[in-house]
Design a protein around this ligand. Structure first.
Ligand SMILES: *[C@@H]1O[C@H](CO)[C@@H](O)[C@H](O)[C@H]1NC(C)=O
Ligand SMILES: *[C@@H]1O[C@H](CO)[C@@H](O)[C@H](O)[C@H]1NC(C)=O
Ligand SMILES: *[C@@H]1O[C@H](CO)[C@@H](O)[C@H](O)[C@H]1NC(C)=O
Ligand SMILES: *[C@@H]1O[C@H](CO)[C@@H](O)[C@H](O)[C@H]1NC(C)=O
Length: 965
């Protein structure tokens, strides 16, 4: 996301964020480390359990000595401050180690972001205790780093081993010679200050430069010159810590003759004949291709064996791989898997997530096992289809141009989801438990796809593993965004190594849905320089990186995944697979009346928020949003009690929208505008709180900004979903943004600790398979009502419509009370059009719309009932004569449910709130009740440190509460 560029593409007044926030409690449990250890162990364990391996049991080939560097002691010191020396960890960041040692307070608390800048401006040295467990009688010893963040100089035994400059590469160094001459080896890794090095790199003679503003500047400048998580230098939804450290596992690997160490494994599963970006023939058999990167060397005649087992541990297939080729670093082979043998993997809501265990073994000429690799795989095709619109599609009423949607196993589907940002500024704190909670919320929220935004970090395997299990498609991206990037040979080589490693590491996950080059590069960055005399050079640089460097590597490694250089794009113009880089981009080569590509939309002019005629018409909406405040409970984790005000320094300075554009705290005053957008929007559309209890008032205000946010997103999601029935044949809605990485005003629907904002509940509601939705144009007075379905079969639906006043009295109008309609597969049907300028006096009224239908989810034989209720009011609720709904709430501990009832009047935006100390979500929230209606609300508790007492703190309110002083 981007901030504050005045931009005309979608008639938006301001285009937001080339974007869009700690726990005071840190969850330092080092997920990477646990998993890695498990992998190593399971390799050993599998070996003894695989029957076909028994013959080679005598081989001494597993004696390789792998020392996990987290198992030894480390110290962290800095030349900048001689009095600091603390214990270090792997994986970790300096900030985390300083916090663990009480040298600093919690980095995410209050204004610590600013107070801790000195850490980023200093160099840091991680030094190991003497490494005593090395063996002398080996042939080679290697250092293997799965991730160093970022600029290091590595010394072993006091001798320079190497320097590194890319957070996203795996590094490995043969240190045999150094060790031979060293008695008691110690390892020392010196991290240079990333902000200082970024500046120095920018200042190198001959370095590429761009006009001002092309680099979207958040806090630290010059991030585009370095290969480090771009949001580490600040973003409009997060802090800028620019952390340093050994952020991924690290090992010493010792190998005897003929031993090898597997450092990375590619598995690509695709339909025979499949080409990237082109829908494959679903009747073809599967090709399973694997390619394994190892250290040390293979003797001649090495081969590959494999076994494929299902979840019952039944072996489906096993044998030798064919077409085996190898060189000094890699061995590859493939096998055909007959189509009928395996079940397909489907995303959530479209079928089951069938997974298989694949065991691959590297064997020597005598069929003796040299290494065993286990990967969990799935069989699916996922294509991002940007093919030209066919005559057949035009005949169906689809506008010419190109498609832009995803197809799973040959089926179009409606992608429903949001954009994922790094769940924490410090990745080593991102545990499997945290991600499981987050991903459960994704599935519970009726989302099937996340866009893994491109300027954080490549996700660790455990996150893809969870997505594989839960059926969440992960649109993934290379880590570039909101800038143009250099294209000198050194930079491109560095990127090439990063791409090669990450593509091969991630490709086997069935949840991997797509690769994009970077964030908003084509629709914002290139357009920004399009009028410049230097444009040809900027475009050539862009293509050198995002086409000529990335594509050949990606397509050589993966035939299963589609790619686009930019997240938002008009798509490709031509594909020529006789070339290693087959893609010609369309860019602005567009015909009037034709529709191409996907859309991105931010408009902070809240006055037009609900005017759907300003929303972009495209094939897929991959970014849109507006910010809101987190809850009082989140604020209380992050700021002191006296700071619970919109204009307190900690609250204001944690709003990074619009971005400050540098480190100067004075520039953060820009945040006043971001605060104003939220509060003014709340004031315009809803009654706003005005109570004397300042804490309660702050809480209610935060909540009201969330209502506006949710209402605005709902309006857009309805519009995009209706597009499935319009000439644009719109097939996706991914809003900005799923989650937070600290407690701050951001675009998130889920707060830092996992609490759902109003948005996540509303998105869950409007992402249901069958919805009913109003489309009102203020200027003409036209109101249309649509039913929209993303089921894969046509359904017939019953609709009930009724107008009420705020006391809940039903009004007599001439719109029909009940309507029956048919809705096609992934389509929508207009229920009716009416005009509210004539014949109605409906300023003090609202419409309740209910739809009910029977149908089945894709790939399910079970018939179920789908219902959805929506509401419409012509006038803003700020003008509505709301009455006391007389809300009552009761809890039943037997059924684990709350019952909420409106006893007196209409309750708009009913909200159940729960206190700090527990993490849970209700199955439904932010709903409406008519007088006399009650609703049962089920809850799911994810964690609880209150011993169940949170139940007593649950409260219920509705918008009417904002009107009481
Ligand atoms: C490996 O080391 C052993 C003894 O340590 C030696 O006999 C052998 O020649 C070495 N092999 C290679 C390939 O260096
Ligand atoms: C920090 O490291 C850089 C090299 O990365 C070096 O040039 C600089 O002198 C170091 N600064 C200090 C204070 O040691
Ligand atoms: C980097 O350069 C910017 C100006 O471009 C300056 O404001 C900032 O202080 C410099 N940062 C460092 C770490 O030298
Ligand atoms: C799979 O089968 C092997 C024997 O072939 C057995 O040792 C192992 O425990 C089984 N695993 C599971 C998960 O059942």
């Amino acid at each position: 996301m981007w901030a504050y560029v005045k931009f005309g593409m979608h008639r938006s007044i301001y285009l937001a964020a080339c974007a869009a926030s700690v726990a005071v409690v840190f969850f330092i449990s080092f997920p990477f480390l646990e998993r890695r250890t498990v992998t190593q162990n399971s390799i050993m364990a599998r070996r003894s359990t695989q029957a076909f391996l028994a013959a080679s049991a005598a081989a001494a080939t597993y004696a390789q000595n792998v020392l996990d560097l987290s198992s030894i002691e480390w110290s962290v010191t800095t030349p900048n401050f001689s009095d600091i020396s603390v214990a270090g960890k792997i994986p970790s960041h300096v900030h985390l180690d300083l916090f663990a040692a009480d040298v600093i307070g919690p980095p995410l608390y209050s204004l610590n972001e600013f107070d801790l800048r000195w850490i980023a401006f200093s160099n840091w040295t991680y030094k190991s205790a003497p490494i005593t467990s090395l063996e002398a009688s080996v042939n080679t010893t290697w250092l293997v780093f799965n991730g160093l963040d970022t600029f290091t100089s590595i010394e072993l035994c006091g001798q320079h081993v190497a320097s590194t400059n890319n957070q996203f590469r795996q590094y490995y160094f043969d240190v045999s010679t150094i060790l031979n001459a060293c008695g008691s080896p110690t390892l020392s890794i010196n991290f240079g200050s990333a902000p200082i090095i970024a500046n120095a790199t920018a200042a190198l003679p001959g370095q590429e430069t761009w006009p001002a503003g092309v680099e979207q500047l958040y806090e630290f400048p010059n991030r585009q010159y370095i290969r480090k998580e771009q949001s580490d230098f600040g973003w409009d939804w997060g802090p800028a810590f620019a952390p340093a450290g050994i952020w991924q596992p690290a090992y010493v690997v010792q190998l005897r003759a003929a031993e090898i160490y597997v450092r990375n494994t590619l598995v690509d599963i695709y339909r025979e004949g499949q080409l990237n970006l082109i829908p494959p023939d679903q009747s073809h058999d599967w090709i399973l291709y694997t390619s394994i990167d190892f250290l040390s060397s293979l003797t001649a005649g090495a081969g590959l064996r494999y076994t494929l087992t299902d979840k019952h541990n039944t072996t489906l297939l096993s044998g030798q791989l064919a077409n085996v080729t190898s060189n000094d670093t890699t061995i590859s082979g493939s096998v055909t898997i007959p189509s009928g043998i395996v079940e397909l993997w489907w995303p959530t809501g479209m079928g089951s997530q069938t997974l298989y265990d694949l065991t691959i073994e590297i064997v020597d000429f005598a069929n003796t096992s040299l290494a065993v690799i286990n990967k969990r795989v799935g069989f699916r095709t996922i294509v991002q289809n940007a093919m030209p619109i066919s005559q057949e599609q035009i005949n169906q009423g689809i506008a010419p141009g190109n498609n832009w949607h995803f197809e799973i196993n040959g089926h179009e589907f409606y992608a429903k989801g949001s954009n994922l940002i790094p769940p924490d500024p410090f990745w080593p704190t991102v545990t499997e438990t945290r991600v499981r909670h987050l991903f459960n919320s994704v599935v519970d929220g009726n989302q099937n796809m996340l866009r893994v935004w491109s300027s954080g970090a490549y996700l660790p395997d455990f996150m893809y593993d969870l997505a594989d299990e839960m059926g969440i498609l992960l649109w993934s991206e290379f880590e570039f965004g909101c800038a143009l990037y250099p294209a000198d040979p050194e930079f491109l080589e560095n990127v090439a190594a990063e791409v090669e490693y990450q593509v091969r590491r991630i490709n086997h996950h069935p949840s991997l849905a797509y690769w994009a080059g970077g964030n908003e590069l084509e629709n914002l960055e290139l357009r920004m320089v399009n009028g410049s005399l230097e444009f040809p050079r900027y475009l050539a640089d862009y293509e050198a990186l995002f086409l000529d460097t990335i594509v050949p590597i990606l397509f050589r490694n993966s035939r299963s995944i589609s790619y686009s250089p930019s997240s938002t794009t008009n798509g490709w113009l031509d594909l020529d697979f006789s070339k290693s880089q087959p893609i010609t981009q369309r860019y602005e080569d567009v015909a009037p009346g034709s529709i191409y590509g996907n859309t991105d939309f931010y408009n902070y002019n809240y006055a037009v928020a609900f005017d759907f005629t300003i929303y972009p018409v495209g094939r897929f909406a991959n970014e849109f949003g507006f910010h809101s405040m987190p809850s009082l409970q989140s604020w209380e984790q992050a700021v002191g009690p006296d700071d619970l005000r919109f204009d307190s320094a900690p609250v204001l300075l944690r709003n990074h929208h619009p971005p400050p554009g540098g480190l100067d705290i004075a520039n953060f005053a820009a945040a006043n505008m971001g605060q104003a957008q939220m509060t003014e929007a709340a004031q315009m559309y809803y009654p706003v709180p005005n109570t004397t209890d300042t804490r309660a008032n702050f809480s209610a205000w935060c909540h009201t900004t969330q209502i506006f946010q949710a209402d605005f997103y709902k309006s857009q999601i309805q519009f995009y979903r209706r597009g499935s029935a319009k000439p644009e044949r719109q097939l996706g809605s991914l809003y900005w943004q799923l989650n937070d990485q600290w407690q701050a005003p951001t675009w998130a629907g889920i707060e830092y600790d996992g609490r759902w904002k109003v948005l996540h509940y509303i998105a869950k509601d409007i992402y249901q398979p069958v919805i009913i939705a109003p489309f009102f144009q203020k200027i003409t007075g036209d109101l249309q009502i649509w039913v929209i379905s993303d089921l894969w079969e046509p359904v017939s639906a019953s609709i009930d419509l009724a107008w009420y006043d705020w006391t809940g009295t039903r009004l007599d109008t001439d719109i029909p009370a009940s309507v029956q309609i048919e809705v096609g597969a992934i389509n929508g049907t207009k229920v009716l059009t009416t005009n509210l300028n004539s014949g109605y006096a409906l300023t003090d009224a609202f419409l309740v719309m209910d739809v009910r239908t029977q149908g089945s989810l894709p790939n399910s034989k079970e018939t179920q009932t789908f219902t959805h209720r929506n509401w419409f009011h012509k006038d803003n609720l700020s003008n509505a004569k709301l009455v006391d709904p007389g809300l009552e709430i009761a809890h039943s501990s037997e059924t684990s449910k709350f019952t909420v009832k409106a006893t007196k009047g209409v309750a708009a935006w009913v909200w159940l709130d729960y206190p700090s100390g527990a993490l849970l979500n209700f199955d439904v929230n932010a709903f409406w009740l008519l007088p006399g209606e009650q609703r049962e609300v089920v809850y799911t508790v994810k964690s609880d440190s209150t011993d169940g007492r949170w139940v007593d703190g649950v409260s219920v309110r509705s918008l009417w509460d904002n009107t009481i002083s």
